[in-house]
Ligand binder design. Structure first.
Ligand code: PHE
Length: 476
């Protein structure tokens, strides 16, 4: 096996791995995206589907992805290549790595734009712009930001530059310190906001909205969105956790770490949702008002609470940090690939890839103003289309193939070496990854492609195709 290309980097401690992985998972997905897609998809039933996806699909695939990284010991493309070779499988498994590297770059291209909004809001908060602001004025303020391409471009550029600089310096230095400070800070501010929401907002309505499911509001499309978000929020399906796993030493428990990542990530999302919807209902705002939800609600809270100037500035600063620790993990699969595959120095790789990603991001900037009327997939703007293709298609597809690899292709001994589960749990885990998770993902895909009355037929067809495919894979 000496001809395999492997990564030489490693985490300085096991705790650092958990911190970095939590830093990647907790980000705009939790604070900005989860509340707004929950609002757009009717609340409780959507949350329930999302939680089910996290538990049944997200957690096992997270464990698998980290295990694939540690066993493959390289960037996603090379790791899959190494693993395919070791397990006597087709070279085409590299494509799984390509899917991830590409998805990471595309997500980052719009992620920096949204993170830029948070930087803009940090500045506004510091200037005291939110003091006494009404819900209506907060809405106008947000619309004005979106209507200004130059300002959006400025912040997008800034966030991209900072991401590039951090990544080019390697992971150890900056990130670890930022996360040590950021996660506890974020949690404290969320609790302060929770206190505000419970005393001043419509907290009861918020709890009801999030936790009492009304299934009549659920469509197959919202199930797809919930599933896609489970992947997005846990940073799985694209190789981020694979790269992070490739820097992990043998003694470490992937199972335990995965539980911590899932718990931290879910807690932050639910807290953010509770806070934001309390403010939404107290101010007669629309839960389904889209990507601006966080930016239209929180200024109102900060503008009216004691010490709001301080908490508001700190909050948006923490959002930016949460976004940065995710942003670096979005570009890391591509950087480590270019670095290990072509021998391009890390710094150069970061600048080169960052530049390309920045350019794609300009499209997202324009999709909120100049290109607002341009539609790509159906009614979607460029931003919506990029988000849809990556989150709802590329990540679940990547995750599905990871499940197939772990459960059908990998040698049981390698699997057992990397995932210290008791025999009973291992059997359940493998059973779920062989049938449960992949079929759930495919059914959700398929039901979005065909009209409702053909779903039964589609499920049968999928089962058939999947069985034939697996039979082929097993024969080698
Ligand atoms: N999990 C991050 C968030 O919730 C986004 C992300 C997705 C980061 C995929 C890395 C990989 O904001």
């Amino acid at each position: 096996m000496s001809q395999l290309k492997v990564s030489n980097d490693s985490w300085s401690s096991q705790t650092v791995f958990i911190l970095a992985a939590v830093g990647s998972a907790v980000g705009l997905g939790n604070l900005w995206k989860f509340p707004y897609i929950t609002g757009e998809n009717g609340g409780g039933a959507f949350v329930l589907v999302y939680l089910a996806c996290i538990l049944v699909i997200g957690l096992p695939i997270l464990m698998s992805e980290v295990a694939l990284g540690r066993a493959g010991k390289a960037n996603p493309i090379q790791a899959m290549s190494n693993l395919a070779k070791e397990n006597g499988a087709s070279k085409l498994w590299r494509l799984l790595g390509f899917n991830g590297v590409l998805a990471g770059a595309l997500i980052l291209s719009f992620y920096t734009v949204i993170a830029g909004w948070a930087v803009a809001y940090f500045m506004q908060s510091v200037r005291g712009d939110f003091s006494g602001i009404t819900a209506e004025a907060a809405g106008v303020n947000f619309d004005e930001l979106l209507a200004n391409p130059l300002e959006l471009l400025f912040w997008h550029t800034l966030v991209t530059l900072v991401t590039i600089v951090i990544v080019s310096k390697g992971v150890k230095g900056g990130i670890e310190k930022a996360i040590n400070f950021m996660l506890p800070g974020l949690l404290i501010i969320l609790l302060v906001l929770l206190g505000y929401a419970m005393t001043t907002g419509s907290f009861g309505d918020s709890v009801r909205f999030l936790f009492s499911p009304d299934f009549s509001k659920l469509t197959w499309e919202s199930v797809l969105v919930a599933m896609g978000h489970a992947f997005f929020t846990l940073s799985i399906g694209l190789g981020t956790m694979m790269v992070y796993g490739s820097y992990l030493s043998k003694e470490f428990s992937i199972v335990k770490a995965s539980f911590w990542i899932v718990i931290a990530d879910t807690a932050v999302a639910l807290l953010a949702g509770l806070v934001i919807f309390s403010i939404v209902f107290a101010n007669g705002l629309e839960p389904g008002s889209g990507p601006g939800l966080l930016f239209q609600t929180l200024p109102v809270a900060f503008g009216h609470m004691w010490g709001g100037w301080f908490f508001g500035s700190l909050f948006f600063a923490l959002v930016v940090m949460a976004a940065l620790s995710s942003a670096i993990s979005l570009i890391e699969p591509a950087v480590s690939w270019v670095n290990q595959q072509w021998g391009v120095e890390r710094t150069q790789a970061a600048w080169l890839l960052g530049g390309i990603i920045w350019l794609i991001g300009v499209g997202t900037v324009l999709s909120f103003n100049e290109w607002k009327g341009l539609h790509f997939l159906g009614e979607r703007t460029l931003f919506d289309s990029l988000d849809f293709i990556t989150t709802n298609i590329m990540l679940p597809l990547g995750g599905l193939l990871m499940a197939v690899f772990i459960a059908w292709v990998m040698k049981p001994s390698t699997r057992a070496d990397n995932l210290e589960l008791s025999e009973g749990w291992m059997n359940l885990f493998v059973l779920n990854l062989r049938w449960g998770a992949p079929i759930a993902v495919m059914v959700v895909f398929a039901s979005n492609l065909v009209s409702a009355d053909r779903v039964g037929f589609m499920i049968a067809a999928i089962l058939g195709i999947y069985a034939v495919y697996i039979w082929q894979v097993r024969r080698g």
